[in-house]
Design a binder for this molecule. Sequence first.
Ligand code: TMP
Length: 208
Amino acid sequence: MRGKLITLEGGEGVGKSTNLAYVRNLLEQAGVDLVVTREPGGTEVAEKIRSLLLTPSEEPIAELTELLLVFAARAQHVETLIRPALERGAWVLCDRFIDATYAYQGGGRAMNLGVIAQLEQLVLAEVRPDITLLLDLPVEVGMARARARADLDRFEQEQMSFFESVRSAYLARAKAEPNRVAIIDAQPALEKVQLQIQQALQQLGVAV
Ligand code: TMP
């Protein structure tokens, strides 16, 4: 792999969109050939799977179905967009990736981490994030922001305890892999958050 894969993660309402635009700008200004994408989704077919995952439905989606849909979308995304981009030397900036599965399905849904790891190996093979920025915020602050927006999607309708587990699982991932995952405190004013992002990218070896 010649390019780098940078992922942006965090719970609901942590400011991913604004900060994704900031990272994009930094990298483009540094002259990086950049592909910006998101999960679940990122390709036509994967976006259809995203809408299955996010749209509330009368029939409840079983946890295993949810996990397999997340990985089905990811398989399509990795095979058709991410791996080819990295192979040609482009960098990929992805709004959520594998850590979201450990956080939401592993933490929030308390699904078996060994099963997630097996699917990770099958679907990602050698493709792994080089750098992950984890935007972290107390759950009640993030949820207040998320709930102030438009209609809630299927995940946003979960209970606070679900999001507490999501947050803990994200922080555990960061603790286990400090050389890959930078925790960004998303609570202060935007300039302070962005300063942390800039420093983290420098520390993790991305000179911008
Ligand atoms: P977002 O793009 O607005 O953050 O919405 C995506 C939702 O999908 C979010 O609630 C987290 C959820 N999700 C998972 O549950 N597992 C995953 O692996 C990914 C990538 C997202």
